[in-house]
Write a protein that binds this ligand. Structure first.
Ligand SMILES: NC(=O)c1ccc[n+]([C@@H]2O[C@H](COP(=O)([O-])OP(=O)(O)OC[C@H]3O[C@@H](n4cnc5c(N)ncnc54)[C@H](OP(=O)(O)O)[C@@H]3O)[C@@H](O)[C@H]2O)c1
Length: 310
């Protein structure tokens, strides 16, 4: 039987933090987790859009427990403030869905000097996960979900000498690098969870080709870039709905049998219900994972040490 939103177990009493929760896949993940009774921290950058996202859920699920949390992943200061506020509420976090992302945009630097796609798609999430770790490790069975893409196949492992692609920038090279980083981060985090003997799991998903704002934003931001327009036209025609695209994320976050360190994707690569799929080749490169961890700690200035709670 194909896995669907109806398979999500009761989430009453559980807490989820979802990044990029104000639109696209993050909004659908928030909606379904709230429907099943979870308290959802909707972490998002654009607060007007976040308010509209919450307002779109409430008529359908009047008792939804939703909390808006400002978070700009392109700013380490914002990530720290956001994590501080979340930790201040003293909740155990059962699910952290590191979903937010940007794709195929022109070269841009964040206030911390990071290349934008690496910053939002990987470094911001690395920092957020590290900072929220105490609350995750208090949960009896926490999940950290990272969101990759088929772009990982074209991605190169991070070059420690040039993680921000100085002089080598290309919108798709940067996207591929960040999406391969999502895989390496997820697998290395799961390995660290297991070697520390903690019950948390880290899982990576590819949602599939889904009609969200991702492709439209890349067209807007490139002023109508040719390859960006191609993907926009294709996703309008062939993309899944956000509700269907969100299923891989929801499965990784809630299926009791979902496996740590595994990849969940649609059955037919970009379409279909979520299933477990093997990872091959450079996706499994241990040296690249170790190197990514070192570069991420160096760039963010955050030591990410997984230890059982005292
Ligand atoms: N859609 C697909 O076909 C597809 C395929 C493979 C992988 N993915 C992955 O799925 C994830 C979700 O994308 P989506 O398809 O749902 O696209 P989307 O509709 O464009 O949503 C992206 C989300 O990321 C947020 N975001 C962007 N920059 C941010 C920042 N600096 N700080 C905080 N949040 C930020 C956006 O919020 P604001 O509007 O407030 O900026 C938005 O909520 C991404 O990681 C993407 O790479 C999508």
């Amino acid at each position: 039987m194909a896995w669907s939103a109806e398979d999500i177990p009761d989430q009453s009493g559980r807490v989820a933090v979802v990044t990029g929760a104000n639109g696209g896949l993050g909004l659908e993940v928030s909606r379904e987790l709230a429907r099943k009774g979870a308290h959802v921290v909707m972490a998002a950058r654009d607060q007007d859009k976040a308010g509209e996202a919450r307002a779109s859920i409430l008529p359908e699920i009047p008792d939804a427990s939703l909390e808006l949390q400002p978070l700009d992943l392109a700013s380490l200061a914002s990530v720290r403030e956001s994590a501080g506020r979340i930790l201040g509420a003293d909740l155990d976090i059962d699910m952290l869905v590191n979903n937010a992302g940007v794709m195929g945009i022109p070269e841009r630097r964040t206030e911390d000097g990071f290349e934008m796609q690496l910053a939002v798609n990987h470094l911001g999430h690395f920092a957020l996960t590290a900072l929220l770790l105490p609350a995750l490790l208090r949960s009896p069975a926490a999940r950290v979900v990272s969101v990759t893409s088929t772009g990982r196949h074209t991605g190169r492992a991070i070059d420690p000498e040039n993680p921000h692609l100085e002089g080598r920038y290309d919108p798709w090279r940067a996207y591929g690098q960040s999406k391969l980083a999502n895989v390496h981060f997820a697998l290395e985090l799961d390995r660290r969870f297991r070697s520390a003997g903690v019950p948390a799991r880290s899982i990576v998903v590819h949602p599939g080709f889904t009609n969200t704002d991702l492709q439209a934003r890349s067209v807007r931001e490139t002023g109508g870039g040719r390859s960006q327009r191609f993907f926009r036209a294709a996703v309008i025609r062939f993309g899944m709905t956000p509700a269907r695209g969100a299923l891989a994320l929801l499965r990784a976050a809630t299926d009791p049998n979902a496996v740590g360190g595994a990849l969940y994707t649609p059955r037919w690569v970009n379409w279909g219900p979520p299933v477990r799929r093997p990872l091959f080749g450079r996706a499994r490169n241990r040296d690249a994972m170790t190197s990514l961890w070192e570069v991420s700690e160096r760039e963010t200035g955050i030591t990410f040490d997984v230890k059982p709670p005292a």
